[in-house]
Design a protein around this ligand. Sequence first.
Ligand code: GSH
Length: 206
Amino acid sequence: MLRLHDNASSGNAYKVRLLLAQRGLPFERIEYDIDRGATRTPEFLRSKNPNGRIPVLELDDGRCLAESNAILWYLAEGTRFLPEADTEAGRWHRAQALQWMCFEQYSHEPNIATCRYWLRHGLMSPARAPAFAQKRLAGYAALAVMENHLATRDFFAGVYSIADIALYAYTHVAAQGGFDLARFPSVTAWLARVRGQPGHVPLGAS
Ligand SMILES: N[C@@H](CCC(=O)N[C@@H](CS)C(=O)NCC(=O)O)C(=O)O
């Protein structure tokens, strides 16, 4: 059985739990206390992820795959969650899915998820305030990019795909990072469309 090295409040891990649920794939969860360095032990670094982070998907034969979006790609290949490249339109939507997943990792998650983490884990301090303000600005800029794209589209890459899953994970809890989603009506409508997909599970219950 697939094994997910996991943390219940992590949006990166939730991406994987959501796709596993939507694909109906059974899996075993192993919870890590990331606040106490549970993913930084020599054993974890040696056998699960040398980069010391969850999520990690462990296959039946013991191979381990890290990086949430790489895991999504692996699990989505050959399914409706990742467009096929067998037509020009499919090839385009597939590349768009990758484009938005790169955007998520470079422009969205480092800002919105980090603000959420700092606020929820009691990590705010006067020394951190300038970095927080900078991430808040960059997070709002990412939300504005999404708003503009979604103003004329239902989903990020043509149809519902792993690009939507990747971006949903931290956008739907952006308020926990101090972001006001009411400013982004197209993003808010898209969140509802994603929640309405068959097999959707919420972050807390997945
Ligand atoms: N780019 C990675 C980021 C993974 C990541 O930052 N994981 C966090 C939890 S969301 C973690 O394991 N933190 C524990 C640590 O860094 O020690 C991904 O998308 O999977």
